[in-house]
Ligand binder design. Structure first.
Ligand code: SAH
Length: 354
């Protein structure tokens, strides 16, 4: 099969695209031209009209343009768009496009599925299918910008908070950041990119070293190991003290504020004593707590105490000197949270197969 040997062209940076062009007998500047097309969301070589036809043929023979096929698109009343993209191999991933006052933001997936198995999350319910390539992550930004933004309008912010655990696919995520922030390409500032992790501790120091300007968000969801272990299997591997210690070192090194995500879950982590414990855990840290009223998934058995309780918790934290906000819920009318669309598509596929 020729496809197995195809070069994943969207995963190449401009230098590598130039080298590829030269290897195929063209001038190096063709690499920049290919990059411009990819940035514009092109997903076929035929579109790349300023390349000689003979070169386009050579590219077709040796390279995969990394097409993302829109399988479903849901548009919310608030302008949020949720896209289900089909990858070449039958896997599907979710991407969410959001409009904020400060600009357009995109939430991308880093893996097809996830193997972290958090109790409250739909993304991990069927385990990990595979890692996404850097190009499949870049493609989500480029193709979505093309379809969701008007002329001259851009995506300015990226959160790696869709399906998957980015630190379980570190090398590809890191290459993606390099490609997407390249000023000669999409030029999305590293300070406008946020990576969210369930807490794979060794990678926190690595990120501080490799990409100190990128923002870090930690899915904490509990004030202690006892509660955390019940809802997040990763807590059995990395105790909360080690996690917080790594976070402190991260802020010392980068001087960047960490966001702690906390899915407020009824009778699990939302009691006054839980919040008091959370307060002492985070006291004095350069951080911000993002409270998300739990978005219950089927078969999870976990419930949300409601937005009002999340707001109360935010007040408690603020009073104790810890900045906290309740996350704005965008796209709640379109299943825009956490793997729900992909899961429902799989369920649909399963019933069709039966
Ligand atoms: N694996 C990464 C990124 C993907 S999840 C991580 O764990 O951070 C993105 C965020 O959504 C995480 O904070 C995750 O814990 C949260 N989340 C997942 N399912 C949720 C649900 N049902 N309700 C509220 N938040 C949820």
């Amino acid at each position: 099969m020729i496809f197995q040997d195809m070069i994943d062209i969207r995963s190449l940076d401009i230098k590598e695209l130039s080298d590829l062009s030269e290897a195929l007998g063209e001038k190096a500047y063709r690499g920049k031209q290919i990059s411009e097309w990819l940035c514009r969301g092109a997903s076929s070589f035929d579109e790349m009209k300023n390349l000689p036809a003979s070169f386009r043929e050579k590219l077709k023979e040796s390279c995969d343009p990394g097409r993302l096929e829109v399988l479903r698109e849901l548009v919310s009343k608030d302008g949020t768009r949720k896209l289900l993209y089909g990858l070449g191999d039958g896997n599907a991933i979710e991407t969410v496009f959001m409009k904020y006052r400060y600009g357009n933001s995109i939430c991308i997936s880093s893996q097809a599925g996830c193997r972290m198995g958090c109790a409250f999350c739909a993304s991990g319910k069927n385990g990990l299918a595979r890692d996404l390539t850097a190009g499949e992550m870049a493609g989500q930004v480029q193709v979505t910008q093309r379809s969701c933004c008007g002329e001259g309008e851009r995506i300015s912010h990226i959160v790696v908070m869709g399906t998957g655990e980015p630190f379980d696919n570190y090398e590809n995520v890191s290459k993606f950041v390099r490609i997407i922030s390249d000023e000669k390409g999409m030029g999305i500032g590293k300070r406008n990119i946020t990576i969210s992790t369930c807490g794979i501790v060794p990678m926190i120091a690595k990120m501080a070293e490799d990409m100190p300007q990128v923002n870090l968000a930690i899915s904490l969801h509990a004030p202690n190991d006892e509660i955390r272990k019940k809802i997040m299997p990763i807590a059995r591997r990395y105790p909360i003290d080690e996690l917080i210690d790594a976070c402190r070192k991260y802020t010392e090194k980068t001087h960047r504020r960490i966001t702690f995500e906390y899915a407020v879950t009824k009778d699990v982590n939302d009691r006054d004593k839980d919040i008091e414990e959370l307060t002492s855990l985070l006291k004095g840290m350069l951080c911000h707590v993002n409270l998300i009223p739990l978005n219950p998934i089927e078969e999870g058995g976990l419930k949300s105490p409601g937005r009002r309780r999340a707001e109360e918790i935010a007040e408690m934290l603020e009073k104790a000197g810890i900045p906290a906000t309740v996350r704005r819920t965008l796209g709640s009318d379109i299943q825009a949270s956490c793997g729900q669309l992909r899961l429902s598509a799989q369920a649909g596929a399963n019933t069709e197969n039966q």
